[in-house]
Ligand binder design. Structure first.
Ligand code: NI
Length: 393
């Protein structure tokens, strides 16, 4: 198994790809150049077959590497999109696109999966790959629409994986270490927009108006009680209103107020209950203030949860890729990941974190303007993707 790691030459190729993607980041659903660069490099690898899958977003790609006839079909997923924010970290490969940055390391994931294709191609040629590997380069993870688009666009008519593995780089973990966590790892979430409708008018005549700003303030205050009064303190639940907009002038009562936020939990049951309470509180508060209201819920993303039987494979693969001494555990996060939707579609799934902060540096967390990765950890990530296929095939 140990020979199935990146050679120095392969590593230098994926490093060049990663830095090229980093310099030319593209946001969710717009990963046209990114897709092309990944495709170009994949098609140079012997035995990589481009699958005829057109996802509705028009970006990303799925390829296959065939081993022997007998054996399981294993899918590996990397996301490829960047974020709409400015990069502040100085490097030769700093983003050349103002206002767009790979601040979540999806360039690291994509290049690592290309590295895995190189390793799996060699394994297939050696007769060491039993079954099939499907490599999914998924667009639009940010905003969590990509996985849904692929699944609804018929991904599982084209591939039929027995298992699926994904990786996220994780800055707070020592570079090159692999987190194999059993149970919920990343939160289920539902984002929402609440609109409170009042009756606008001159600020001097409150008796003729219905003020939605006062109502919105009461809604936000009351929503704080969902966590403090309705949740089991042993469950991790988060509820935040992160945007509020309404009104334009000092002397005019606004006609409506719009608020957006997110509710998240590692527990699906707690998330159900929080959603139920949000609906009741908004309805009741709006009525109390004589306002009308509307709640627009975005698609629910389930928690990323690693089941015990998948942990057995994952631990084996992680030990083969990184060495048993580098397999570790970590506290779960309330960040969410649309990788959860592959599991929700019934495919046994496992999600790893790979440590990515350069040794000796303080971790710059995901989505920060100075986020950057220790690129040598891509050697671990590429070997880990490959081992997830080879260790169980
Ligand atoms: Ni990410």
């Amino acid at each position: 198994m140990n020979e199935y790691r990146l050679t120095e030459e392969e590593y230098s190729r994926i490093l060049a790809l990663k830095r090229d993607l980093h310099m030319h980041p593209e946001t969710a659903g717009k990963e046209i150049r990114t897709t092309e660069k990944i495709r170009e490099m994949l098609l140079e690898i012997p035995g990589v077959e481009l699958l005829p899958f057109e996802n509705p977003l028009g970006t990303g790609l799925v390829v296959r590497i065939r081993g022997s006839e007998e054996g399981p079909e294993t899918a590996l997923r990397a996301d490829i999109d960047a974020l709409p924010q400015n990069e502040e970290y100085e490097s030769e490969w700093k983003s050349r696109v103002p206002g767009v940055m790979h601040a979540c390391g999806h360039d690291f994931h994509a290049a690592s999966l290309v590295g895995a294709a190189m390793i799996l191609s060699r394994a297939a040629a050696d007769g060491a790959l039993r079954g099939t590997a499907d490599l999914i380069f998924q667009p639009a993870e940010e905003g969590t629409r990509g996985a849904a688009a692929l699944i609804e666009g018929g991904l599982f008519d084209v591939i039929r994986p027995d298992r699926i593995f994904g990786i996220h780089n994780w800055p707070s973990v020592r570079s090159g270490d692999v987190v194999v966590h059993e149970g919920p790892l990343m939160a289920g979430k539902r984002n929402f927009t609440i609109t409170v409708f009042g009756q606008g008018g001159h600020g001097s005549m409150p008796h003729l108006n219905i003020d939605p700003i006062v109502c919105a303030a009461a809604v936000i205050q009351s929503l704080q009680t969902v966590i403090s009064r309705n949740m089991n303190p042993m469950d991790a639940v988060l509820l935040s209103v992160n945007r509020i907009e309404g009104g334009r002038k000092a002397n005019v009562v606004a006609g409506q107020v719009e608020m957006s936020g997110t509710v998240r939990s590692l527990s699906d049951r707690a998330l159900d209950r929080a959603i139920e309470r949000i609906e009741a509180i908004v309805k009741g508060t709006a009525e109390a203030y004589e306002c009308r209201h509307r709640i627009d819920w975005e698609r629910r993303i389930p928690a990323v949860s690693n089941r015990a039987e998948m942990c057995v494979y994952a631990r084996k693969a992680a030990a083969a890729a990184a060495g048993a001494e580098c397999v570790t555990d970590a506290e779960p996060s309330l960040a969410s990941e649309d990788f959860a939707l592959y599991g929700a579609a019934g495919i046994p799934s496992f999600f790893y974190w790979v440590g990515s902060t350069p040794p000796g540096e303080k971790a710059e967390h995901l989505h920060r303007p100075c986020f950057h990765t220790d690129d040598s950890a891509m050697k671990t990530a590429a070997a880990l993707y490959a081992a997830s296929v080879l260790q169980i095939s």
